[in-house]
Design a binder for this molecule. Structure first.
Ligand SMILES: NC(=O)c1ccc[n+]([C@@H]2O[C@H](COP(=O)([O-])OP(=O)(O)OC[C@H]3O[C@@H](n4cnc5c(N)ncnc54)[C@H](OP(=O)(O)O)[C@@H]3O)[C@@H](O)[C@H]2O)c1
Length: 310
């Protein structure tokens, strides 16, 4: 049992010999896409370390994944927005003689709504998590991957990385940052045998949007929604195949291709219109089939498309 200063408690039972044990570290691994990615990497024969803040949720996720694999599934509870989170995580793993072969930078939050209603502390947390933590984790673990000449990083961006998005300006900008950093670094390091790959999902059926303050809206009715499991499968397979950019879903790939060729100014005006369209109108439009987890969105029946981000 190791205890990092403060909040995290973790159990490791992988010791044996002097060799360090290879692991896949997945941030935001307690639910949603991170948990689904954990299942895919575990099924691919990897030892898994799930990282998030809530240790109970982490343990539940680890229990679920353990049922499907003979490999180790361990948890570390840590708030990645805290200063030095990346170096603390590294020292916990070093003490346990675990070598990060693959890092999945998946933890991220959104904050959607009109600029004047943005919650300042949530915005700060978004910058800390989506940008600073992702960057520091990438730069902390990349050198040992390069030294070993294998492995890599899967950075989870979003399709919102491809165009400035009114009403989610900071989130979209944070994902553009992740996308750009990942693509640049991949060019720098790929000759070493290590990769920095970016996963850019469209809408995924998790609690993310509700937490980010997105209520049922015309936008949600129009955009294809994918299961976290399907996105994770495409993400895992794309990573193993060494694709630099992974966009799950044919419809999302078409949208991404269109965004590359169409001028952004009229598209942004259209997005502004769509996002500000009252959700009561959207209710009249048939909704895609929604999972019980996403039903939380549909309980929100106010006339504004945005609520308060957590
Ligand atoms: N869902 C979508 O529509 C969508 C679309 C495109 C891209 N994405 C991206 O996909 C990634 C995963 O999203 P998701 O939909 O799976 O979201 P989610 O269901 O809300 O899961 C977020 C995960 O991040 C963890 N987390 C949040 N704050 C943290 C912190 N400060 N330190 C450590 N862990 C933290 C959460 O656990 P705790 O709260 O316990 O810490 C949870 O495990 C994000 O980067 C998101 O931007 C999502």
């Amino acid at each position: 049992m190791l205890q990092s200063d403060g909040t995290s408690v973790c159990k490791f039972d992988l010791h044996g010999g002097s060799e360090r044990t290879s692991v896949v570290v997945i941030t935001g691994g307690s639910e949603g896409l991170g948990r689904a990615l954990g299942s895919k990497f575990a099924a691919g024969g990897h030892n898994i370390i799930l990282v998030a803040r809530d240790s109970e949720k982490l343990n539940r996720a680890a229990e679920e994944i353990r049922k499907t694999t003979s490999h180790a599934v361990l948890t570390i509870a840590i708030d990645l927005t805290e200063p030095d989170a990346a170096s603390r995580l590294k020292s916990i793993l070093d003490q346990a003689r675990l070598q990060v072969e693959i890092l999945v930078n998946n933890a991220g939050i959104g904050n959607f709504g009109p600029r004047e209603k943005m919650n300042e502390s949530t915005l700060r947390m978004l910058l800390e998590l989506n940008i600073r933590a992702t960057t520091e984790l990438t730069y902390t673990f990349l050198p040992e991957m390069i030294a070993s000449g294998k492995g890599g990083i899967l950075n989870v961006a979003s399709m919102s990385a491809f165009i400035p998005m009114p009403y989610m300006s900071i989130y979209a900008a944070s994902k553009s940052f992740v996308f750009s950093m990942s693509r640049s670094l991949d060019q720098e390091v790929r000759h070493t045998g290590t990769r920095v790959i970016v996963l850019a999902p469209g809408i995924v059926d998790t609690l993310f949007l509700a937490k980010a303050g997105m209520k049922r809206s015309l936008w949600l009715s129009l955009m294809p929604t994918m299961d976290a499991d399907d996105v994770a499968r495409v993400g895992y397979e794309g990573f193993v195949a060494g694709r630099g950019v992974i966009i799950p879903g044919a419809a999302n790939m078409i949208v991404a291709a269109i965004l590359k060729i169409l001028p952004h100014a009229p598209l942004m005006r259209l997005l502004h219109l769509v996002f500000s369209y009252p959700s009561t109108m959207a209710a009249a439009i048939s909704q895609p089939k929604r999972s019980p987890r996403a039903a939380v969105h549909d309980k929100e029946n106010a006339s504004e498309p945005f609520g308060d981000a957590a």
